[in-house]
Design a protein around this ligand. Sequence first.
Ligand SMILES: Nc1ncnc2c1ncn2[C@@H]1O[C@H](COP(=O)(O)OP(=O)(O)O)[C@@H](O)[C@H]1O
Ligand SMILES: [Mg+2]
Length: 299
Amino acid sequence: MTTTIETQPAETVPEDGKPVVELKATGKSYGNIRALHGVSLSVHPGKVTCVLGDNGAGKSTLIKIISGLHQHTEGGLLVDGRPVHFSTPREALDAGIATVYQDLAVVPLMPVWRNFFLGSEMTKGPWPLRRLDIETMKKTADEELRNMGIVLDDLEQPIGTLSGGQRQCVAIARAVYFGARVLILDEPTAALGVKQSGVVLKYIAMARDRGLGVIFITHNPHHAYMVGDHFSVLRLGTLELSASRDEVSLEELTNHMAGGAELAALKHELAQVSGVDTEELPEEGDVTTPAATAPDGSA
Ligand SMILES: Nc1ncnc2c1ncn2[C@@H]1O[C@H](COP(=O)(O)OP(=O)(O)O)[C@@H](O)[C@H]1O
Ligand SMILES: [Mg+2]
């Protein structure tokens, strides 16, 4: 485990590196429900690939395929250029693909350091006298969290006492420590406030700067645009947009998600209800319609 200076990108990140994970016209049917169809996407080291889409768009299905929870029924999944079929999440993990799920798999009453090593505990002593190496685990967890700029007063505190944002950050630091090459985050900011979302976005950027390929699933085009290098928008299981950062503006991305227009409409409605402060919501005029912004009319 190398310790890089927080703000500096890892030197080993190749500019135009080969993708570590690729989907090629991948699809998935659950019985006769086709949840995903013809989706192509690539994940590069040191880059953030954002997957956006409304509820039911197929985002979770996509990451379940990459993380080994489900198998694809169409197309291909490639790791380092080789076609793979993961039958368990363990196989994906062994290939360096770590997933942080929205409902984090933590044991709320266990201390932070125990959760950091959950399922991969350090032990010491020869068999059959092997026992948990508590001291080293505590020390390592503390160092690793500090390396990521996460300073907690007390690693003995139950992880359940941390804020949602802090828990996400611990999960990201854990994936980095255990040598993940690809980090998948399923809507890590969905349940968080503005400030906490910002903190999580910072750690996404840090994981990227350490050379991990990040897949960031989100509803929120603003969050995506703050850290994203590539944007894939899913709609009803197919790719509606796949564009790199220089090919799409935040405004266009927002229009693809329609989130901005909906908020503006909501503001208009809420403004008629007394006692609701709509100050922070966008104005309807602020949100351009897809027709007005898409230069090639593809929106
Ligand atoms: N295990 C499953 N069995 C049947 N249908 C499913 C299953 N998981 C998801 N689906 C369906 O697949 C579609 C995509 O779902 P999902 O991938 O969860 O979307 P998202 O994460 O973007 O909200 C939805 O129509 C959903 O109902
Ligand atoms: Mg989902």
